[in-house]
Design a protein around this ligand. Structure first.
Ligand code: MG
Length: 451
């Protein structure tokens, strides 16, 4: 599916401002969206310097097709998704998520709060390429209203899941990275009773404290803040706060598959059903499923496939317990069907409050699987996938996305990138020796086809 989309990737369209990302392109996206989803459209943006420029282009396109625009201002993507759900014809978010400051982009949100799926994105792209818009005449143009207060619906929507002040007596450190969660996450955790210490907590599109991607190196100041203040944890978001990553009480970065496993375990103890996740996720999730009476359903890589699979399973009458990716993007079916960084921060408070144990101890109790992640240049990605699928006859092979081969506690995923001449190889085993042996076996096989 991905290879046929030309502008949009798995999470919207993105590019460098002034190069591939221009007001002209966003105007046309607005016109195409307004043509496909006539009615009232909620829009928002992250904190990038190009946000106001692109928001005005988006509005011009939508208003020109007769839409009423409700501008929610600067807010996290999951906040806009929460606001759109069942109340608006669609939504559009100006954001480049974790990309560097010079990037920006657009994520389109459907009326059920999910990101627009592949089929509809192809239809939208088709309109762009053919310049086929339902433009309104002067008597039929739309208009706009500003409603920055709507973000309150998102905050109270999360807080409704956590009655009582679960965070009372807990100090937490927050690093929204100068992104839109500067306006939400501290507020949320304070309302849960936490004492909040924050850095990079003022919206700023120059990102003076750290880049929008929350990496262990970028979060050194947060780790320091956690140690200085004796915080129970530190939480940081990517540039649009649909993801949350954590620093434990000892100042250590919590690898995101471990975060996923801990929170999934907390959620699934009380809620049995299917856990939905991409084929790239650690087998820690299989362990959680086994321990809580759940099962795992795998999807291709991309949060939108996880969200849509969760909805499809529910429609088929199955119980869906939880969903997420091993990158800090977690989906709570009781809340909404998209990744939500604010909800994840709140859930961490609830988990620590209920277990009464330090996050570091919970992390250290997880099995120490060893995970290897490689990106290799090649123009023969498809051949490599086919070759690996055939080369390990005593492993079971899953072709959901590329090929995932597994035997016992060892598995490997080999998949092509949708956007670059790259093959991704992930390996996980019970220990380093096992993982490196598996990696070397795959590399021996595919090296002749690498660039
Ligand atoms: Mg994001």
């Amino acid at each position: 599916m991905n290879q046929t989309k030309q502008l949009f990737g798995t999470n919207g369209v993105r590019g460098i401002v002034g190069e591939s990302m221009t007001p002209g392109l966003v105007l046309r996206i607005g016109q195409a969206l307004g043509s496909m989803r006539p009615g009232t459209i909620a829009i928002g943006r992250d904190t990038r310097t190009s946000g106001p420029m692109l928001v005005h282009a988006l509005k011009a396109g939508l208003i020109g097709t007769g839409c009423r625009v409700v501008d929610c201002g600067v807010l996290p993507t999951p906040a806009l998704q929460y606001i759109v759900r069942d109340r608006f014809a669609a939504g559009a978010m100006i954001t480049a998520s974790h990309n560097p400051p010079e990037y920006n982009g657009v994520k389109i949100i459907e009326r059920d709060g999910t990101e627009m799926g592949d089929g509809e994105v192809l239809a939208l792209e088709g309109r762009l390429f053919r310049d086929e818009y339902a433009l309104a005449g002067w008597t039929g143009l739309g208009d706009e209203e500003e409603h920055p207060e709507l973000v309150e619906q998102y905050l109270s929507g999360i807080l409704a899941h956590f009655p009582g002040e679960l965070g009372r007596g807990m100090t937490v450190a927050v690093d929204p990275g100068s992104g839109p969660a500067s306006l939400t996450t501290s507020t949320l955790l304070e309302r849960m009773g936490c004492t909040v210490r924050a850095i990079n907590n003022t919206p700023d599109g120059t990102f003076p404290g750290r880049l929008p991607e929350p990496t262990p190196a970028g979060l050194r100041s947060l780790a320091e803040l956690v140690r200085e203040t004796g915080a129970a944890f530190g939480v940081a978001h990517d540039g649009d706060a649909d993801r949350a990553v954590f620093i434990d009480d000892r100042g250590r970065y919590v690898e995101e598959n471990r975060e996923f496993a801990l929170i999934a375990h907390h959620v699934c103890r009380r809620r049995q059903g299917v856990i939905v996740t991409p084929v790239s996720t650690s087998q820690l999730i299989e362990d959680v499923a086994a321990a809580t009476g759940c099962t795992v359903r795998y999807t291709q890589v991309g949060s939108i496939y996880v969200a849509r699979s969760m909805l499809a399973l529910l429609e088929a009458g199955m119980e869906v317990a939880f969903g997420g990716e091993g990158n800090g993007g977690l989906i709570y079916p009781d809340h909404q069907f998209c990744r939500d960084g604010g909800m994840t921060a709140a859930m961490m408070v609830a988990m620590l409050s209920e277990t009464g144990r330090p996050l570091s101890a919970l992390v250290d109790e997880l099995p120490p699987y060893h995970f290897i992640n490689l990106r290799l240049k090649t123009r023969h990605a498809e051949e490599i996938v086919t070759m690996v699928a055939a080369a390990f006859p005593d492993f079971s092979a899953d072709r959901t996305d590329g090929v995932r081969i597994s035997k016992g506690k060892t598995w490997a995923l080999v998949r092509r990138s949708g956007t670059e001449p790259i093959i991704r190889v992930m390996v996980e085993a019970e220990d380093r020796v096992g993982a490196e042996a598996m990696r070397d076996e795959i590399l021996r096989l595919i090296t002749p086809l690498l660039d």
